[in-house]
Design a protein around this ligand. Structure first.
Ligand code: V47
Ligand code: SF4
Length: 397
């Protein structure tokens, strides 16, 4: 049975809960599900059912295509003035000997390390510290672009921008416009956590609010920048908080169409103040990917950040709505490894990533940040005896 036949089978299944059959019908018609239906999916949708709906949408949008990119990360600091309870960074403000704060030269050294590598993106992420202000990032973005103009800079989040722009007495719009002129290309999805104030105040009460997060993305979209969105799930939130989070994103996306990708981030429980909270199961991870795919009808891509889950879960996720598994990494970013991202790190070569995708019958595509095709790996044969990143491309006449 193909994806459409499977969905049709569910719609006809008289033994299935009537509300779930109705949602299956809504999905079949390409319509949008409501907030209440989103909560109902979390409460009553079992894994097999959710997989059929999510995979139908995934294959309608992307067929078997599964994207990844070649990027590297820079974490300018692992110290942070904020105190998010789930974050292994915040404690380091009190344990400075374990912390680092790079200068622009140090960041450029990392960029230069990749001079001979075919990477297309640098992803900048990390904590918030006073020294790394507007001038610091303007300087880095300019120097990075001077050095390698085609390297896409996906940098920082509204958490840093809110802090930096406030200090510089600039509006969100003016601050972003200035940094765009310096070389900033797009914004990753971090800092979103859970938007609902009942949860946000408990886990991330001192950083930018949900409204500020959404406004900074809206201003970026108005400047023509693409951005991503995340959701930190599986800790103290309830299902209605997850749906509320996605509802706010769906509303903004209706307005701007500026989001590219939604990335659910599984809460990991090591090395921070919420270590007593258990992590959710792989089944819950897959259900969550699937519901995100169903709920966010106006988001083109759903990404599983493989460095944060296991490789096996990343493979499974491709049957539950996910069509992107992030980049090849030479090293897992510290923010996750400190919080418990495990044996699957560090790194996966291009060959390993391609094989991981092919092994579950999907079609690997290396993309750039804006989903332009860099290499189609469908017919690429890797040469066994060579090292992971060497491959032979099919001859194109
Ligand atoms: O906002 C911190 C999360 C995020 C933990 O846009 C944790 O392409 C789980 O947003 N358990 C930053 N998560 C990373 C991020 C990201 C990652 C990959 C790709 C993209 C993209 C964006 O990391 C933070 C926070 O939600 N985080 N601590 C933890 N204990
Ligand atoms: Fe700082 Fe981000 Fe960690 Fe919060 S999640 S403490 S803002 S680095």
């Amino acid at each position: 049975m193909d994806a459409t036949e499977k969905l049709d089978f569910l719609i006809q299944d008289k033994n299935l809960d009537a509300d779930l059959r109705q949602i299956a019908q809504v999905v079949f018609e390409g319509q949008r599900i409501s907030f209440q239906q989103g909560v109902l999916l979390y409460e009553r949708g079992e894994l097999g059912y959710l997989g059929v709906l999510a995979n139908y949408i995934r294959e309608k949008k992307h067929g078997d295509y599964t994207y990844f990119n070649r990027n590297f990360h820079i974490e300018p600091t692992n110290v942070c003035v904020y105190d998010c309870k789930f974050c292994a960074y915040s404690r380091l403000i009190k344990e400075r000997d374990q912390g680092w704060e790079m200068d622009v030269d140090g960041m450029m050294d990392i960029v230069r390390k990749y001079d001979d590598e075919p990477v297309t993106e640098v992803h900048i992420t990390g904590g918030v510290v006073p020294k790394q202000d507007l001038r610091f990032y303007a300087d880095f973005f300019r120097r990075c672009k001077e050095h390698r103009p085609n390297l896409h800079i996906k940098g920082l989040t509204p958490v840093e921008y809110y802090y930096i722009f406030k200090k510089a007495k600039l509006s969100h719009y003016d601050g972003l416009k200035f940094l765009k002129e310096c070389g900033l290309d797009s914004m990753p999805g971090g800092g979103a956590e859970i938007f609902h104030p009942e949860i946000r105040e408990k886990i991330a009460g001192d950083k930018c609010t949900s409204e500020q997060w959404l406004d900074i993305h809206e201003q970026a979209h108005s400047l023509g920048m693409k951005t991503n969105a995340t959701m930190l799930y599986g800790h103290i939130e309830e299902y209605r908080h997850r749906v509320d989070h996605m509802e706010r994103l769906r509303e903004l996306q209706d307005k701007t169409s500026g989001f590219q990708t939604f990335i659910p981030l599984k809460f990991r429980n090591q090395g921070h103040q919420m270590s007593h909270v258990p992590e959710v199961s792989v089944i819950e991870d897959l259900r969550n990917y699937a519901i995100a795919r169903i709920y966010l009808d106006n988001f083109e891509h759903i990404k599983a950040y493989w460095a944060m889950i296991s490789r096996d879960t990343a493979q499974l996720s491709l049957a539950f709505g996910v069509n992107d598994i992030d980049g090849t990494l030479d090293d897992t970013t510290k923010i996750y490894s400190m919080a418990g991202a495990e044996e699957q790190t560090p790194g996966m070569s291009t060959q390993q990533l391609v094989e991981l995708i092919k092994n579950v019958g999907r079609h690997p595509i290396e993309r750039d940040t804006l989903y332009g095709v860099v290499t189609d790996y469908k017919d690429v044969v890797f040469q066994e005896e060579k090292k992971a990143n060497y491959y032979s491309l099919p001859v194109v006449e």
